[in-house]
Write a protein that binds this ligand. Sequence first.
Ligand SMILES: N[C@@H](CCC(=O)N[C@@H](CS)C(=O)NCC(=O)O)C(=O)O
Length: 435
Amino acid sequence: MQNYCFIICLFVLDGFVLPIACRNIKFSKQADLSGYTCPTMDKGFEYDKLNLMQCLKTCADSSSCFGVFHDEANMHCVGCNNEFLTSSSAPSLNGMKYFRRQTYMIVTEAKTWSKARLHCWRLGGHLADITTEKEELYIEEQVLDHTETWIGASREEIGGIFHWEDGTPLSDHYVKWGIDEPSDNLDEKICGIDYPRDVVILHPLGRGITGPDTSHFVVKLETYLRFHNLPYKSDFNIDNYKLGPKQKVPWIEYNDVTLGDSQMIIEFLNKELNVDMDAHLSKQEKALAWAIQKWIEEFMYWISVQWTWVLFIEETFQDGISPFPLDEKSAVKVWVANMTYTAGIGRHSEEEILEITVSNLRKFSDILGERQYIFGDKMSTVDCSAFGILSQMRWLTPKSCPCYKVFEDGEISNVVKYLDRIRDHYWPDWDNPRF
Ligand SMILES: N[C@@H](CCC(=O)N[C@@H](CS)C(=O)NCC(=O)O)C(=O)O
């Protein structure tokens, strides 16, 4: 079935909803304000020493302002105008279009209406409502090539009143029904190809050319899926990290369940499919495994992130490791640097981070010793975590990074062999994954 359905999400950029919508928009031009600026030459105003509410109010008071950027640290406020944008001159940035005070996004994914609605909510918007002829014409223009499009009108029961997502009845606005509409068929319609049943649909971050995914936790989860031979399929979308229930990747859909967080997913699948890679561990080993796992995921992870996405971000983009478009480099750096600063690792110098990297890898090497896996000759969940995080350090970090050399100088050769072992066994398609 190739009959795709298109979802139109509407982002309302009016009144005090402004900053939320603005934060969801990534503009392509880089500027001084945390890497963001207005999409065209449309800077309406720029003030220092305004708090967020004052910044918003200034925008709301100006008829031409459609959104603001507010830099909390130095109370810098920039207002963007779009007075002169028409549907054709509106810039298309990352799939979003600006039109009047609304931002539309056409999502080209097969979904039921309820999932389409959820999708828009997760993006910070909602399914489009059409309340004027102008809007209808604009939306029609955007979806010209597509046969069916989800919008936000729904009703609870047959014969009931159709309303938009904010509860306003359709009849209070502009309404133009198609022939034989509204129909009484309330069956949940699925447009396009829906996901197969009993297959884990994995929503990852994005491939890097030196490894299957640039998210540590995606590789962790995929290693687990591969260990158990569970059927899965990756659904790539560069915005996946914004779309999942935790606004992070990985997240999965499995039959009717949508779930985020690699560990919660593993625990869910263990129960659902009656598998457990830790069954051979004693109670004490399980507790120890958990402590090691958290050290790796909550500490070593940030070391790796700091190298790849902050200190060597130039090389990460140059070497083709990043799945993000080149023009997002500065924005990605600001975004990640904020996170690593909050996590703590971002406050150290490069030399200090190198020392921390070496000493932590040595400790991991000491824990591993001559064993095949952390707890002997059988893999357990903690090995999936260790592989997820350390494989990024080893293979998805630019070669010019000093952290890379730690794996080369022979001192932690047991760790190198360990990573090779897991890759060779579970990832023969490492360079070109088949799922
Ligand atoms: N505890 C989470 C961590 C997931 C995570 O941090 N994912 C990163 C990519 S490796 C992410 O999505 N970051 C985006 C963000 O924090 O906004 C898990 O195990 O899934």
